[in-house]
Ligand binder design. Structure first.
Ligand code: AMP
Ligand code: MG
Length: 487
């Protein structure tokens, strides 16, 4: 276990030089205080959990203090936003404080969001509000606990700093961690600004540090791109299987590592709705729940364009062609598991699609349906779940198909079925209304609800005593919350 001043820095991105980032110091928050910290994320840095409660912790992550070895840098990138190219974006309110490595030799970027203005702030104030910082913190750690790759979050620091959004709010900072904060938009920036030397340096950097195994391949850059395609297909399959809607899949919000990244107006589905749009500024539904799948491919094509100096167009096209079949295979694999199936049959895709259509038409709670399906034998579970459906004949027909399929799948006890299904079907997810309750309490100075919710979501598959209220459908007020995009 380390103390806070014992972190070991190795600032590899900063060493790429001034073409890639600008040195900027964090702008401190007034009276910084700990809102919530993640023990699991602290452990990734070998930090003793007790350090989070010390005043120096809030000072470090509230922008007042800095390690001597930290080299805070605002990264430059660009990207396609809602389909159109924006030539320059960058860390407008975030700073890469530095890269540290733990005793296992893993490097982690420490990235402070809400740290003040940078040369890339454009019209923004460089700040993040408490509400959006809490949402990012909870989502990062909850996705990780569900087994969905994501950037991590170490802590949220609250403050008295006034920040104007639709109304006056208070500034906060969230400390985000990832093995890299490099986005598709980094490659696009150097491609469209026609800086081939820097683009080559960037490609080498990513290959050497994050895809070293691709070095062994005859065409290392192509192997790396393929791997990025694969990771994104797997990631988006997990989002779709677990009902996660990202909301702003611009290419500057897509990680080169294939992790969930840059949280805005995201949401987990309550009722299943393939057309759900969580971002209220997304009038055309470009980033609706079901569109995440083709948009994943669109974004990979944008990255492929930026990689044309290194890889032939034919090879890039071939690699892009892997995306949909891989997505489909991963998604089906996950959905079979969610249905408690251990074998594969040709009709399984159709079994899933029929179920989703029925759920869509009846507004069935996506998470609770699968959890309850595993509570009992298939016959008892479908009999109990039947009441949630409007089209009873349709559901009955599906239930017959499902029971027959389960019978062919194998001979196992109810206990085995429950254990297997509950291990993949969470009881607790980050519902918008739960986040909203925690935020309302935190805004009035009570952080206990954020902390409790974070704890519950860190074990989403385990039924926790006394936590029934976190495993409920939303109350009426919490059903269609408009999550502000200003964050
Ligand atoms: P996002 O929609 O959060 O992915 O942000 C898009 C771009 O706007 C990025 O370059 C951000 O750094 C920048 N940005 C977002 N909010 C702010 C803010 N409050 N101040 C400065 N820049 C911001
Ligand atoms: Mg962003």
């Amino acid at each position: 276990m380390k103390a806070l001043d014992e972190l070991t820095f190795d600032n590899r991105f900063a060493r790429l030089g001034d073409a890639f980032s600008t040195h900027v110091l964090p702008e401190p928050l007034d009276t910084p205080r700990l809102v919530v910290a993640s023990k699991a994320a602290l452990a990734l840095l070998d930090l003793d959990p007790a350090v989070a409660e010390t005043p120096v912790f809030a000072e470090l992550f509230g922008g007042h203090k800095l390690w001597a070895e930290a080299e805070p840098r605002a990264m430059v990138y660009s990207g396609h936003q809602f389909g159109g190219y924006t030539p320059q974006l960058g860390d407008g309110r975030g700073l890469l404080l530095g890269e540290v490595y733990n005793e296992a030799g893993e490097h982690w970027d420490l990235h402070l969001k809400g740290a003040g203005m940078t040369p890339y702030s454009r019209m923004g104030d460089g700040r993040a509000v408490l509400r959006s910082s809490i949402r990012e913190f909870l989502a990062s750690e909850a996705l990780h606990a569900l087994g969905i790759p994501s950037s991590r979050a170490l802590c949220v620091i609250g403050s008295d700093t006034p920040v104007w959004r639709e109304k006056q709010e208070r500034g906060a900072m969230v400390l985000r961690m990832a093995h890299s904060h490099i986005r598709f938009g980094h490659f696009e920036y150097f491609y469209y600004t026609k800086k081939p030397e820097q683009q080559a340096l960037l490609a080498e950097h990513v290959l050497n540090l994050h895809y070293p195994e691709c070095r062994e391949q005859p065409e290392p850059y192509l192997a790396m791109f393929r791997e990025i395609v694969e990771r994104n297909a797997e990631l988006i399959a997990k989002w779709q299987a677990y009902g996660f809607c990202h909301g702003v899949m611009n290419t500057d919000n897509m990680s080169i590592l294939g992790i969930t990244f840059d949280f805005g107006p995201f949401a987990f589905l309550d009722d299943f709705d393939a057309h759900f749009i969580c971002n209220h500024s997304d009038h055309e539904g470009r980033y609706s729940f079901s569109n995440q799948v083709p948009i994943g491919q669109w974004n990979l094509s944008a990255l492929a364009q930026a990689l044309t100096p290194f890889i032939s167009v034919d090879a890039l096209k071939e690699a892009l062609g892997l995306y949909l079949p891989l997505y489909q295979a991963n998604y089906l694999h996950l959905m079979r598991r969610r249905l408690g199936l251990t074998t594969a049959e040709d009709d399984d895709q159709q079994l899933v699609e029929r179920l989703l259509k029925l759920m869509q038409n009846s507004g069935v709670d996506y998470t609770l349906f699968f959890r309850r399906l595993g509570d009992e034998s298939a016959a008892l579970a479908v009999a109990r779940l039947r009441d949630d459906f409007v089209d009873l004949a349709g559901f009955d027909a599906w239930a017959e198909q499902y029971k027959a399929r389960v019978a062919r799948d194998g001979d196992y006890s109810e206990e085995q079925r429950r254990a297997r299904m509950h291990a993949v079907n969470p009881l607790y997810i980050l519902r918008n209304y739960l986040a909203q309750n925690a935020i309302a309490a935190a805004e009035s100075g009570d952080y206990s609800e954020v902390r409790r919710l974070h704890e519950v979501l860190s074990k989403p598959f385990e039924e926790q005593a006394g936590m029934e209220q976190y495993a409920q459908r939303p109350p009426d007020w919490g059903k269609h919350l408009e999550i502000s995009c200003s964050s």
